[in-house]
Design a protein. Structure first.
Length: 256
């Protein structure tokens, strides 16, 4: 039997450990769980971070899955089938509202964009495929967080303080919990200049056959074009579109 390369095996062990963890892990935690000397961990983790497979939070100094995995998942795995299901719905929504339409998935406490449709106007908000944003600062993130279990939510947000991107960004777990409960009750969530100045969005959740959040559909609009009478229409587009895809995935809606 060919001898395994230790550094390669350890690299895969690190990725599998972090992928199975909903939140973030410190370097010391990874080393302890995998019984890898901390001196060996530095080089392995730095390589993964440099290549985009891991992201290090500048505040907590902990690691989570990076955007590279979303890029790979677009080509392989179940997301390919999901994107195929969602593509005509995204096209239809984009044609109807003439604004940007995105699809994102939840990875820990981040959302990663995996598909998009541009607006017809020159001025528009663009979320490139593979880029990520803090889930608590986005409509897409909040509506997907709304369908996690309480235990998953607590693991994802072990601390009360959350990073504030903008003046209107939710900054505590208590506020976020209230926001996701409201999003679950309504069936949609907004981003009103919470992730970026001048950007507004509304999102609906795509759920699988057992009700788990698979992805989020969102209409993203520059604030300068947001009119009060447009909001209900955009909201209905993403909610109905997400419900249509969820139904195709086997989800049967019921009173929650």
């Amino acid at each position: 039997m060919t001898k395994l390369v230790k550094s390669s095996a350890r690299t895969l062990d690190i990725l599998e450990l972090i992928a199975a963890h909903p939140g973030e892990l410190a370097l010391s935690e990874i080393a302890k769980k995998l019984m890898i000397p901390i001196s060996s961990m530095h080089g392995l983790v730095l390589t993964l971070k440099t290549r985009g497979y891991l992201v290090r939070d500048p505040a907590s100094l902990c690691y989570r899955m990076g955007p590279k995995f979303a890029q790979l998942a677009v080509v392989h795995g179940t997301l390919v089938e999901l994107i195929a299901h969602v593509a005509p719905v995204m096209d239809r929504i984009g044609t109807a509202c003439k604004e940007a339409v995105t699809m994102s998935v939840l990875q820990g406490d981040k959302i990663v964009f995996i598909s998009n449709r541009p607006a017809t106007s020159i001025v528009q908000a663009v979320n490139a495929i593979g880029t990520s944003l803090p889930a608590h600062a986005t409509g897409s993130g909040k509506i997907m967080l709304a369908y996690l279990t309480d235990e998953e939510f607590e693991r994802t947000y072990p601390n009360n303080k959350l990073p504030r991107l903008m003046a209107s960004t939710i900054s505590t777990k208590v506020e976020l919990k209230q926001a996701v409960l409201e999003a679950r009750r309504r069936g949609y969530a907004y981003d009103d200049e919470e992730s970026e100045r001048g950007v507004w969005a509304v999102a609906g959740c795509i759920r699988n056959s057992v009700g788990r959040p698979m992805a989020a559909l969102s209409v993203v609009v520059p604030v300068i074009r947001v009119q009060a009478n447009d909001i209900p229409y955009w909201t209905s587009l993403v909610v109905e579109g997400a419900a249509e895809i969820s139904s195709k995935l086997g989800f049967v809606s019921s009173t929650e």
